[in-house]
Design a protein around this ligand. Structure first.
Ligand code: NCD
Length: 362
């Protein structure tokens, strides 16, 4: 049974809980039911989703494997409700659904839904759940994904909600695909895996939700060191810093990305999130000293990698795309495998995948 059932917890009480506390209300039968926050994941889950993503990726390479996957959820329907711009997240979720045989519908332009006729948010959510088995959503307001899950938990037809990006706050499935990309990037090292690695985040670390969600997950890895290299005004916000301090994650802040390049195992580039500019102020969009091009690649270790959640602008020069250390395009494709793994997990068909044991990497 879903918790909470019934209206015993009002919205404001739910809203008053921190994400760790909310996590227990987003489960069903001891499994994650809604995927809203990075704080819901533990190390076992992270490792498991990586293994499952690899199994799906390998299965999909053969016609038999692809048709096995395509039958897993052919009886399920998914709704993509994206109220903010998206290319990668939208398309990788859509292709992940299709890869598992699900059919999808979407609303990307709120002006074509009954929201413009004055329908309440609660009613819109329940309307969508009437026709679909899964709602994948992106929303500019930080708390709207929580609202959707709360409304559905208190309705007679609760379907899972996946957060595909909520305001400046969270992007948990991006964090999972980033974890998977890091794991794959380090798999052939003498010390494989993320434990013990140094990861530098660069760019708009204040408003980038991918950075917040990924940095939060670093507490699950041993002896990880984080470096935050941001222009003035774009340093990580206090709540992220406090969270890292609370969990004893080692980190330091710097304005000198170049000096730190030689000591990192991965660089996570981000663009300036100028869509969040406030009060008529226009942020500068490009900081050359926080960008990677051929010269910066020369400073990087030979087995370090460069990532970027996309969309990129000047901060990652396409001239370096063919350097094998730049895993930007692989990272993008990983989004599809990881999202397929998450959807298979949510519908409890993941246990059928390991039975194809020759594809399974524990
Ligand atoms: C990111 C996002 O939307 O937060 N993009 C994505 O989902 N891959 C990063 C960004 O927009 O800069």
């Amino acid at each position: 049974m879903l918790m909470p059932r019934g209206a015993w917890m009002d919205w404001n009480t739910f809203l008053g809980l921190d994400y760790y506390e909310r996590a227990s209300f987003l489960k069903k039968d001891n499994r994650l039911f809604h995927l809203l926050y990075s704080q819901q994941f533990n190390r076992d889950f992270l490792d498991y989703i990586c293994s499952l993503s690899t199994a799906i990726r390998r299965l999909h390479k053969t016609p038999d494997g692809a048709s096995f996957l395509g039958n897993l959820l052919s009886h399920k329907l998914a709704m993509l409700w994206f109220k903010q711009e998206s290319s990668r997240t939208y398309l990788s979720f859509e292709s992940a659904c299709q890869l598992l045989g699900m059919k999808t519908s979407d609303i990307r332009d709120p002006n074509v839904s009954s929201e413009v006729k004055g329908e309440s948010q609660e009613d819109s959510i329940q309307t969508f759940s009437s026709y679909f088995d899964l709602i994948i959503m992106r929303h500019p307001c930080k708390d709207f994904v929580g609202k959707a899950a709360w409304v559905l938990n208190n309705s007679r037809r609760a379907v899972p909600v996946i957060n595909g990006g909520s305001g400046k706050d969270q992007h948990p499935t991006q964090a999972l695909l980033d974890i998977y990309t890091l794991e794959r990037s380090f798999e052939n090292r003498v010390n494989p895996g993320i434990d013990g690695k140094t990861i530098m985040f660069v760019g708009d670390l204040k408003r980038g939700r991918t950075v917040r969600s990924l940095a939060e997950l670093m507490r699950h890895y041993k002896d990880v060191k984080l470096i935050f290299a941001a222009p003035k005004h774009f340093a990580p916000s206090e709540d992220l810093i406090n969270l890292l301090l609370h969990h004893n994650v080692q980190f330091r802040l710097t304005r000198n990305m170049h000096n730190a390049l030689k000591e990192v195992d991965a660089v996570y580039m981000t663009r300036i999130q100028d869509e969040h500019d406030e009060g008529g102020h226009k942020s500068e969009r490009f900081f050359p000293e926080f960008s990677i091009g051929p010269k910066e690649m020369d400073l990087l270790n030979e087995n370090a990698v460069v990532m970027h959640p996309g969309p990129r602008r000047g901060e990652l020069d396409p001239a370096v795309d063919n350097d094998p250390r730049v895993v930007f395009w692989r990272q993008m494709r990983n989004g599809m495998w990881v999202r397929a793994a998450l959807i298979a997990y949510l519908f409890n068909v993941d246990s059928e995948i390991p039975s194809k044991s020759r594809f399974w990497v524990p």
